[in-house]
Each structure stands twice: as structure tokens, then as C-alpha cells.
Design a protein around this ligand. Structure first.
Ligand SMILES: [Cu+2]
Length: 256
């Protein structure tokens, strides 16, 4: 009986050490690999998306590490070598301290994720808009994107600047509101490095907002399987300084 107890405490200590080591490894991977695996950030929305991925991965690390620690220890020490089906061990359900730890731990983790997610959603919606917000109308069709800048209508004889099957241009640090629709089937408007994605649906206008905060060229992709050339339905967005953006707008043809 004494030796059985010693064996059990040794197993618990070894699994505990494995747990700590694997948790540390998981936390390091979460912090350093997550930003590397995700696209670079060109907006605060994307920045918060990457931060959320890191925090959720860190929160998951001890849970995954405990499972791996028990599995590794069981593979090394608890392999059954007898004949037939191995006998059952003690029931975990009957162990109330363990059950309590499990319930309280899962509840705390789940509540944390819920509160983090809800507060992020709330702050993301209120953080946009404002007096200098610019609207861009986005239309998807098989298999290209068209962009219209309605605010330019007054200076362009009532016909706003529109481009089709060409890149999107945006001014930096300006809140942008996208009104998105489709001419034929469902498409999905995704600016990869800005962390925004919304479906483009015929006869419907869906909206999403983002403030680009970094100059550069980023990717737009369609995220709904929309037919033969769906995977080629990509284009670029160029984020320019306000002056360079005005110059670009002025250089566009007056009529579409
Ligand atoms: Cu599409």
C-alpha cells in the first residue's frame, strides 16, 4: 500500500513538472509564433485580432499542456501489457476535489474569453466613424471588384469616381465605411491585413468599417466560393498619405 502511494505521488510530481514545462512552451509558442503565422497588421482592428489570438492561445496553453502531460506520462509509464481488455481504473467522476477544480477552472476561463470578446466587439464598433469618415461602395461580381467613392460626386459633375477591376486606394488614418453589395452571386469582401471581412450579397448592402493605420499595399480576397474563378478574385488595396490619395482621386477619369 505504501509503495503504491509512493508511485502515485511520483506520477503526480512528474506529470506536474511536465505540465509546467509544456505550459511554458505553449505560452512561448503563443506569444512568438502567433504574430508570425498571422498577416501583418495595417489597422487597429487587425492589431486587436492578433492580440486576441495570442491571449486566447496563452489561456489555452495550460489546458492543452495538462492533457499532453498526462498522455505522455501514460504512454511512458502506464502502458498495459497484459492479455485482453485492461481493467478500469478509479472513476474520475467520484473524485470531488478534482471535479470542483475542473468546473471552477473551465468556468473562469470561459467567462474570461466571453468578457474579452464582448468588450472587444463593443469597443470596435464605437471606435469608428467620426466627422472625417469616408464612404467607399464596394461591388463584387464574377470575378472582380468595383469601387466607388461617393464623396467625390460633388466635385466630379455628379458622377463619383468609380473604378472596376482595378486596385482600391485609401487614405491613411481616415475611418472608412464600406457599403458592400454584389451584382450576381454571394461574394466575401476581405481585407486580409486590416482584419475586416463582410459578405457581398445581391440586392443587399452590408457594411463594415476600418481605419487603415499603416501606409503600404495589402490584399483583398473573396471569401465565398463564387464560381470557377473564385480563387483569382483578388486585388490590392494601396494605403496612401492624404495628399497622395487626393492626387490619385484627381487623376481619375471624370466618368465611369
Ligand atoms: Cu467572389
Amino acid at each position: 500500500m505504501t509503495s503504491e502511494k509512493t508511485t502515485t505521488s511520483r506520477a503526480i510530481v512528474t506529470i506536474g513538472i511536465l505540465w509546467v514545462l509544456l505550459t511554458a512552451a505553449g505560452v512561448l509558442v503563443s506569444i512568438y509564433a502567433t504574430p508570425w503565422l498571422m498577416p501583418e497588421s495595417a489597422s487597429n482592428t487587425m492589431h486587436m485580432g492578433i492580440l486576441t489570438m495570442i491571449i486566447f492561445s496563452v489561456a489555452a496553453a495550460p489546458v492543452a499542456a495538462l492533457v499532453y502531460a498526462v498522455v505522455l506520462y501514460a504512454l511512458a509509464k502506464w502502458r498495459y501489457t497484459g492479455e485482453g481488455i485492461p481493467p478500469d481504473g478509479p472513476s474520475l467522476r467520484a473524485n470531488s476535489p478534482l471535479t470542483m477544480v475542473w468546473i471552477i477552472g473551465s468556468t473562469a476561463l470561459t467567462l474570461f474569453l466571453l468578457v474579452w470578446g464582448l468588450s472587444l466587439l463593443a469597443s470596435d464598433n464605437s471606435g469608428q466613424g467620426g466627422a472625417n469618415e469616408m464612404t467607399v461602395n464596394v461591388t463584387g461580381q464574377q470575378w472582380l471588384w468595383s469601387f466607388q467613392y461617393p464623396s467625390t460626386a460633388s466635385t466630379q459633375n455628379g458622377t463619383p469616381v468609380s473604378v472596376s477591376n482595378e486596385d482600391l486606394y485609401l487614405p491613411v488614418n481616415t475611418p472608412i465605411k464600406f457599403n458592400v453589395t454584389s451584382k450576381d452571386v454571394d461574394h466575401g469582401f476581405w481585407i486580409v491585413q486590416m482584419g475586416i471581412k463582410i459578405n457581398a450579397i445581391p440586392d443587399t448592402i452590408t457594411t463594415t468599417e476600418v481605419t487603415p493605420n499603416k501606409l503600404g499595399d495589402y490584399d483583398i480576397r473573396c471569401t465565398e466560393i463564387c464560381g470557377l474563378n473564385h480563387s483569382y478574385m483578388t486585388t490590392k488595396v494601396h494605403v496612401l498619405t492624404e495628399k497622395a490619395f487626393s492626387n490619385w482621386l484627381a487623376a481619375q477619369p471624370k466618368h465611369f
